[in-house]
Design a binder for this molecule. Structure first.
Ligand SMILES: C[S@@+](CC[C@H](N)C(=O)[O-])C[C@H]1O[C@@H](n2cnc3c(N)ncnc32)[C@H](O)[C@@H]1O
Length: 271
């Protein structure tokens, strides 16, 4: 399972839903619904199979409120899966687009922009261009940005292994390599996005949203460990033998151990 396959996104969706900060989600949904018109436009960037769309749908924030969700991704297969799983009451429009082309984003009349597990993949210049585009599109109207599940650079394992810290440092270095947007913000994503949005006049709130994974999530933990192994294998500070030892130990403990992967959720609103 590599990249952003339907299988990988399905596997992480339950852990993501559990991890998302409930209070920030509630405030984001309330903001989306409080625009005065009965229909709000929400634009989900890097939507994948629609995890964020479904998460908002699971919370009955307002019976009167209907929304149009514009799901943007460059992967047609993922968007097709999102459309297939859409519910009747919340309209979905899909946009197959490279997010780098910010001027093409369907931001007309947008009330809330959402993203999950995305902003740690993008670069600082991308964030700057996105904020400038949101500025232009919102033209003085209230607008919000909800960006959930940004990896914060921390991972704690139980039981511990002597190489955990070294592997984490190598992994975090890999997280800052180019993921298609220029050098990725990786663990610095929330700090950068927060200050950039504050400079643009948004009020920004952050909240933690860690994955707390145990034996019952052993399939997800196995994929996580293997993904870390792939990411660190090209890093110079860790040897192939050390990676092999660490992987063997970690995989031997997927059903009996636990881990905590740090994430941060961000909500920015400009009234
Ligand atoms: C980690 S996944 C998150 C998907 C979804 N938001 C979720 O939480 O399940 C990142 C998503 O960003 C999309 N993506 C990555 N680079 C992109 C780009 N340059 N343009 C559009 N979408 C992109 C991927 O296809 C993938 O669906």
């Amino acid at each position: 399972m590599t990249g952003f396959s339907v299988d990988w996104l399905n596997l992480r969706e339950a852990a993501d839903q559990q991890a998302r900060n409930g209070e920030l989600l509630r405030v984001a949904a309330t903001f989306a619904a409080s625009g005065g018109d009965a229909k709000a436009v929400v634009v989900d960037l890097g939507a994948g199979t629609g995890s964020t769309y479904r998460t908002f749908g699971q919370h009955d924030f307002s019976a009167e409120f209907t929304s149009t969700w514009r799901l943007v991704d460059n992967d047609r297969k993922l968007l097709g899966e999102a459309a297939r799983r859409a519910d009747q009451n919340r309209r979905i429009e899909t946009y197959e687009l490279d997010l780098n082309h910010v001027a093409q984003l369907p931001l007309t009349a947008v009330r809330l922009i959402t993203a999950s597990a995305l902003f740690d993949l993008v670069s600082a210049p991308f964030i700057d261009r996105l904020i400038a585009e949101v500025d232009e599109a919102s033209a003085g109207r209230p607008v919000g940005i909800y960006a959930a599940l940004n990896y914060d650079g921390s991972t704690y394992w139980d039981p511990v292994h002597p190489l955990d810290q070294q592997v984490l440092e190598a992994f975090n270095e890999d997280q800052t390599t180019d993921k298609g947007f220029g050098p990725a913000l990786g663990p610095d994503a929330c700090a950068y996005v927060k200050q950039a949005l504050e400079q643009a006049g948004f009020g920004v709130q952050l909240a933690t949203s860690p994955w707390q994974l145990e034996g019952k999530e052993s399939q997800l933990v196995t994929e996580l460990i293997q993904g870390i192994g792939r990411a660190v294998q090209s890093r110079p500070q860790i040897t192939r033998e050390d990676i092999t030892d660490w992987l063997a130990f970690r995989l031997a403990h997927v059903t009996t151990g636990s881990c905590r992967v740090g994430h941060t959720d961000l909500l920015a609103v400009r009234e």
